[in-house]
Structure formats: C-alpha cells, structure tokens
Design a protein around this ligand. Sequence first.
Ligand code: URA
Length: 415
Amino acid sequence: MNILSIIEHKKNHHALTNEEIEFFIQGYVNGDIPDYQISALLMAIRLNGMTPEETFALTDAMIKSGDVVDLSSIDGFKVDKHSTGGVGDKVTLVVTPILAALGVPVAKFSGRGLGITGGTLDKLESIKGLRVELEMEEFIANVQHANIAVAGQTANIVPADKKLYALRDVTGTVDSIPLIAASIMSKKIASGADGIVLDVKYGNGAFMKTIEDAQQLGQAMEQIGEAFNRKMKIHYSDMNNPLGRFIGNKLEVVEAIDVLAGNVDKTSQDLIDTCVDVAVDMYNMATNNKPTARDEVLDVLRSGAAKEKLFEMIRLQGGDVNDTVMNDVAHKIAVVANKAGVVQSIDAQQIGEVSVALGAGRLTKESVLDFDAGIELVVKDGERVAAGDVLAYLYANNDIQEHIVAQALRAYNVQ
Ligand code: URA
C-alpha cells in the first residue's frame, strides 16, 4: 500500500478500505506523508465524497491518532453539546449551567473562534482571571464538585484533526460533509461524553448554507455517533440572522447572563428558544425523556439556579464574577436606518465580518482580540423602523472606520 495508490483510488471514485484510511492518517500524523499528497487526497474526497463506512473508518483512525478522555470517575450520564458555529452563538454559556443546575454533569471541551464564528473559550476569557486551560485532574474535580467545567483541550486529543484542519483551511477542502463530520465527531467521541446534542446551523452565517446540506451533515454525524454507542440528538437552527442581540466576547457573556437571570427584554426570543430547546434535548437524553424535562429547564432558569451555576463555574476557574458586566469602551457608534420599513433580515455573514473588523474575532490564529468589541443589534429581524432610528451600536477600543459602519448598515435588509 502507498499513498499514491490511495489518491488514485479516491480520484477514480473507489471507496477506500479501513486499512488505506488508517495508513494515510497515521502516515500524515507521523510526518511520513507530505502535505501535498494529503492535499490531493483531501480534494479527491471533497469532490467524490465518502460512504458512511469510509466516514466511520476515518473518524476511528482520527480518534486513534491521540488520547481519549476518561470521564468514568464522574458519576452519572455525561452529556455534551456542540454547535457547528454561528454568529452570536452563546448557547453553550446558557445551556451548560442549566444542565449542571439540574444535576447532570457537563464536562465540556470548547474551542476558540476563527473567522466570523466566535468561540466559547474566548468569551469565557473575557471575564477577568478566568482560566480555560485546566489540567485534567482539575477539570474532572470541578465536574465532580459542581457538575460543570468548560475548558480547552489540554490532552493530546485528535492530533490528526489539528493537522488536517489546518491543511483543509488553505486548500479549499473545508466544505466537505464527510470531512466535517469526521472532524467534529472524532473530537466529540474522544472527549468522553455518553451523549451528544449537536446544534447544526444552516444559513448564510453558517458552513452549511441550506437546511438540506445541514440535514445531510447532521445525519452523517448521527450515524457516526451511534456507531460509537453514543446517544445522539440533532438540533437544526437557522443562522441566516445572528442569534440574539449581541455579538462580541464580553457582550455575549453579558447577554448569556441576562438570559440566565430572566432579563428577557435585554435579549431576543430566538436566543431563548434555541437555548431552551437544546437544554431540553440534553436533559431528555440524560433522563431518558423525563416528561417534566421542559418545565424543569424553565424552572432552573426562572429561579436563578442556572445563573448561580455559571457563577460557581466562573469562580472555580479563577474568574471574577463582578466582571460579568460591560466595561466602558472607547468607541460606541450608532448605525442609523436610512429608510423606514420592516427589517426582513440581518445578514449574519456581514455582521460576522463587521465583528471581526471591530476586533471581536480573529482573521488568523495569531490575531489579538478586543474583548469589549462587538455589535448590539438594537433592532432584530421582523421589527419595524423609521428612517433615523438606531438599528445597531458598534463597540470597539480602536477607531471604528466609516466603511465598517456602512457594512453594518448594508447587513440590514429593510423593506
Ligand atoms: N468544525 C470542526 O471542528 N471541523 C470542521 O471540519 C468544521 C467545523
């Protein structure tokens, strides 16, 4: 067996064998196979696809490239969630404390943002003192003590994905359903949870532009999870418009706390609905469909128990719970409607790009974030405006250039 014959097989539409898949993953991780040959293979996979059996074998080989987290010392059914990424997506910050408050252990590894999609770790790090790099012993001890820890991966989990993802990013091979499914599911399965709720986004601010593509991705991930004996539930949500009213790291922490504190006027119904639905899916999974699941989720929200759980986690990870409000920011600029009408949509892709330009997101892995930067959507889709009304505020500590304000205005489709 050699890499050239594997590339030829995929180029000629043949399904790869388990041995061929293991060979190229191991060879790439060991450094025996160079980037240019893996690039050719990734492009052949992107163009010709993979069968469910190949996608499973790819996921398995990727998991075996590194360590698998052992959560068996934590009692109870461990439930995890993953979002395929979106603009304003702070759902993890809301649902993980809800589950923890309901007594379900949540041992969650999260990621950083890149491009227009934010990352939970960056949001958490916007809180003074909060550490997301926890050693495994501390991570597990926190879950045993408080039912909750959200941290970055310190263990050597799926090193194959790190190399493959970086290569896909620069070779036009990110948007492949089997490659995305294997990438996400290898990390989720290696992270050790018993059940996984996936929030698959579709729309112009998501990887998957249509609900049909999102469903294909969801089904591919569900099949992989079930093949690894994980309970799976797939939730689909619209990412044509940003989620909630705030985009930006600290802004999203504050908004998540508003949801947890029941300050519903400060957020929007789309965010509350998504959080409640995902939390109910997770709780149902952990309790084998308890008939009172939805009521209990709403109870821990109303009672403030879920907010207290988030604060407990912040303290345990060294964060200052008093630093969960907006800081004064150097620049705040209004985006003003130039005509009257109803906001038909707010282009999530454009708003994501504005947030990156303001300093809330990364263009490269090395970009330095402005935690205070971001956007407040004063007016959401479906709402009516008059000419001269404020549609949104832009926040940043660096100067905000005119063209960024213009781009934010263009994101609003007012008719
Ligand atoms: N997120 C991942 O972790 N992997 C992908 O391939 C795409 C999104």
